[in-house]
Design a binder for this molecule. Structure first.
Ligand SMILES: *[C@@H]1O[C@H](CO)[C@@H](O)[C@H](O)[C@H]1NC(C)=O
Ligand SMILES: *[C@@H]1O[C@H](CO)[C@@H](O)[C@H](O)[C@H]1NC(C)=O
Ligand SMILES: *[C@@H]1O[C@H](CO)[C@@H](O)[C@H](O)[C@H]1NC(C)=O
Ligand SMILES: *[C@@H]1O[C@H](CO)[C@@H](O)[C@H](O)[C@H]1NC(C)=O
Length: 268
């Protein structure tokens, strides 16, 4: 015979299930509503780039810069050189199939919302050439599907968080160039075992270039131009001979690169 305690447990489990599957009081926003919330946070649209984003239009067919997968879910937002101003709407985090967010050449301010950590399908973020500011969001390093991350030409400041490279095995390209970053390049960058390009040029980075970075077998392109990196360049780049482009110019390195300048397109 079942004990009273066991029966109580079954009852409690049953109740929990009931609560878990109870219909929510408020239906989740539709993808069109989410896009219109994104538009709602745009304060200036000088070229009327979002004029087609209308409540009566079909977001997959009619909205310029919006692309959907065969199931009718938004999977790409591509709005570049459109000079849109405003903040990035946190609502975008509810797009469950978003793979590409390309917004370079706009005037977005503020930071990338924390809510975007929900965008587990996100494959590419390109917010180059905006006016985003604050620290590099740590959660970007935990996005499980990310391949391309371009935060260049903004006003991000502070240190490069080590956590940016915590779930990095699939990432192919990271650019943080032309920001106002300080501190050192985290050694944990060598977690990014499939990295092909890494660009941190035009910042205020100091310390040494971690020599481990060139041990990443897929790395082709590395630019640290225009920072304040120090130490012996011979030691730091001894393992960089496989690279196609290595740009070390305008730093505070001592010594000369240990291999011939012409063999590798090495810029000092
Ligand atoms: C962005 O839009 C939301 C409504 O969707 C609003 O609550 C919020 O204040 C807006 N943010 C800014 C900075 O305008
Ligand atoms: C975007 O605009 C910038 C500055 O006007 C220009 O240099 C760049 O070529 C444009 N990008 C594209 C893809 O047209
Ligand atoms: C982001 O856009 C800029 C401007 O067109 C481009 O140069 C850069 O390669 C893009 N980055 C990625 C990762 O696609
Ligand atoms: C860059 O960051 C430093 C602090 O690290 C600050 O003093 C400086 O004003 C910033 N520069 C710009 C252009 O924002």
């Amino acid at each position: 015979m079942r004990s009273l305690l066991q029966q109580c447990c079954y009852l409690a489990a049953g109740l929990l299930l009931l609560i878990a599957f109870w219909p929510p009081a408020v239906a989740a926003a539709t993808e069109k509503e989410i896009l219109l919330q994104f538009k709602g946070n745009i304060t200036s649209d000088p070229y009327n780039s979002l004029i087609s984003w209308d409540l009566d239009a079909d977001q997959c067919r009619d909205y310029s810069g919006v692309f959907c997968d065969p199931f009718g879910n938004v999977n790409k937002i591509v709005l570049w050189n459109t000079s849109l101003a405003g903040v990035l709407s946190p609502a975008l985090s509810e797009l469950k199939s978003l793979r590409v967010l390309t917004l370079f050449g706009n005037r977005f301010t503020g930071n990338i919302p924390q809510e975007y950590q929900e965008l587990t399908t996100l494959w590419k973020i390109n917010v180059s050439s905006n006016a985003l500011s604050g620290p590099i969001p740590e959660f970007l390093g935990g996005l499980p599907s990310i391949r391309f991350l371009d935060l260049s030409r903004n006003m991000f400041e502070g240190q490069i968080p080590s956590s940016l490279f915590s779930v990095c095995e699939k990432t192919k390209f990271i650019s943080l160039s032309h920001n106002n970053l300080s501190g050192t390049i985290p050694i944990i960058i060598n977690n990014c075992v499939n990295l092909e390009g890494f660009d941190v040029s035009f910042n205020g980075l100091s310390g040494e270039l971690p020599s481990q970075i060139c041990e990443i077998p897929s790395l082709d392109y590395l630019s640290v131009r225009n920072n304040m990196l120090t130490g012996s360049v011979e030691e730091q780049i001894s393992s960089c001979q496989r690279l196609k482009l290595l740009d070390l110019g305008s730093n505070l390195f001592t010594g000369n690169p240990p291999f011939r300048v012409l063999e590798l397109e090495i810029m000092c």
